[in-house]
Design a protein around this ligand. Structure first.
Ligand code: BGC
Length: 395
């Protein structure tokens, strides 16, 4: 693999080129999960409600057609546990059929479905029963995974159990009242243990599907010391926030690499990116992060195959999105050139969608979504990524 100086990416055969979404951020009307509850609490946990989101629960066919028409060959989406199991032990066959139709729609258009079983949101009943720290949490998650097995048998080659357990756990710590300056509080050890147990239990269930490759995705934070003397502080934080989760991936079939920027670490934790160009999220504009993340993940997960399941930028300037993505893909090409096992690149996100605590303000999408009519308008960056996928050329 090499970047040949003319901007060619020599990706391996079967490389996935696509885009990602997550259920709560695009579906709309996810009334049974903990985020909906927090969005609608008084006072609400976030400034804006997800509401109808992008109405992708009904418009998924259009979304998948946009992916295929752009020349991409993969779509990552998540199943909403609270729809599939709206109350403990009551499973909705209609909800499962919905996700089966999504998988079918992908396959009909030559798009590889990449399925996440849990992307940040939990059924309200699961949270009220003690979430990941309840003694039966792993069994409950595994039972949900068993129920969805039949649809995974129908042509899904890649499944991720839990999205970014590191960020999910840190957000749970925040919601429980913990704070640190300039960043999310550290994941609480009992929550981390619960997530690891749930991941292992889920993988054991999913192993029943022949050929299905499973793992989890980890947020790669690219923590760097702000000055040489902060090396030990950066190492300690990296373990707490990231590497303890990557250590689990050594036993997995795949690890999802999710990376946007870097974090500089000083004596008292994260140092804000003063003076650097930043994105709509306030994160440093740093396309080199993806290449560094791939190298870090490869080292930490002992060479487990990697799939980039998220990378992108929140910006209103689509030219900047193209520049950022070109920079990130240059790092990916160099990693391939050096022999790293990268199986695909899925951009975050297909759509301008609900960005959690930031509401709809940040726009990560390759496709704009009208907030009133839900009309989708592909941006030039979608055409650009599609042409990279088709030609293997970055220019
Ligand atoms: C998450 C996405 C999120 C994105 C941008 C990742 O942490 O998996 O749900 O929208 O980053 O913040």
């Amino acid at each position: 693999m090499r970047v040949d100086g003319q901007g060619s990416l020599n990706v391996p055969p079967g490389f996935l080129w696509g885009a990602s979404t997550a259920a709560h951020q695009v579906e709309g009307g996810n009334v049974g999960n903990d985020w909906w509850e927090a969005e609608n609490a008084s006072p609400p946990f976030v400034p804006e409600r997800s509401g109808d989101a992008c109405d992708s629960y009904h418009r998924y066919g259009e979304d998948i057609a946009i992916v295929a028409d752009a020349g991409l060959n993969a779509y990552r989406f998540s199943l909403e546990w609270s729809r599939i199991e709206p109350s403990p032990g009551h499973f909705s066959r209609a909800a499962l059929d919905h996700y089966r139709r999504m998988i079918d729609a992908c396959l009909a258009r030559g798009v590889t479905p990449v399925v996440t079983l849990h992307h940040f949101t939990m059924p309200q009943w699961f949270v009220h029963a003690g979430h990941w720290t309840a003694p039966d949490a792993a069994d409950l998650f595994a039972r949900y995974c068993s129920f969805v097995l039949p649809i995974l048998r129908e042509g899904v080659p890649w499944a991720f159990t839990i999205n970014e357990p590191n960020i999910h756990a840190a957000v749970m710590a925040l919601r429980a009242g913990a704070t640190v300056p300039n960043f999310l509080p550290p994941p609480a050890p009992p929550v981390v243990e619960g997530l690891i147990a749930a991941h292992r239990a889920a993988r054991a269930v999913l192993a029943d599907v022949p050929g299905l490759r499973t793992g989890w995705t980890v947020a790669n934070l690219v923590m760097q010391p702000a000055a040489p003397e902060h090396g030990p502080a950066a190492d300690a934080m990296r373990w707490t926030y990231e590497d303890q989760f990557l250590a689990e991936s050594t036993a997995d079939d795949v690890v999802g690499v999710q990376c946007y920027s870097r974090l500089l670490i000083g004596a008292s934790g994260v140092v804000p990116p003063v003076g650097a160009a930043t994105t709509q999220m306030g994160w440093e504009y740093y396309p080199a992060a993806l290449g560094l993340a791939l190298r870090h993940v490869a080292a930490q997960s002992a060479g487990t195959p990697m799939l980039v399941t998220e990378n992108g930028i929140a910006t209103a300037d689509d030219e900047e999105r193209i520049r950022y993505t070109r920079g990130a893909l240059t790092g990916l090409a160099a990693a391939l050139h050096d022999g790293l096992d990268v199986r695909g690149y899925l951009h975050w996100s297909l759509l301008d969608n609900f960005e959690w605590a930031e509401g709809y303000r940040p726009t990560f999408g390759l496709v704009a979504v009208d907030r009133t009519t839900f009309a989708r308008t592909p941006k030039p960056s979608l055409r650009w990524l599609g042409s990279v996928a088709r030609t293997g050329e970055l220019e």
